[in-house]
Design a protein around this ligand. Structure first.
Ligand SMILES: [Zn+2]
Length: 64
């Protein structure tokens, strides 16, 4: 999947016209990232806890 990964909160947004992160309002993005996790249940996910994710969505484990 093509998208932009927020370097601050790791949230991935689709599309190329993304200007700011809809989660944390950061404008620091990376189009390259290692690892992709889809968080469906933030409260029950160890990965979500590790990443500090509180909402469902697509997240990059390691934005470059
Ligand atoms: Zn963000």
């Amino acid at each position: 999947m093509k998208g932009k990964a927020c370097r601050n909160c790791h949230f991935i947004q689709k599309g190329t016209n993304v200007r700011s992160c809809e989660r944390c309002k950061s404008t620091d993005f990376s189009t390259e990232y290692q690892g992709l996790v889809i968080i469906l249940d933030p409260k029950g996910s160890i990965v979500a806890r590790k990443l500090g994710v509180t909402r469902d969505g697509w997240y990059a484990i390691k934005p470059r």
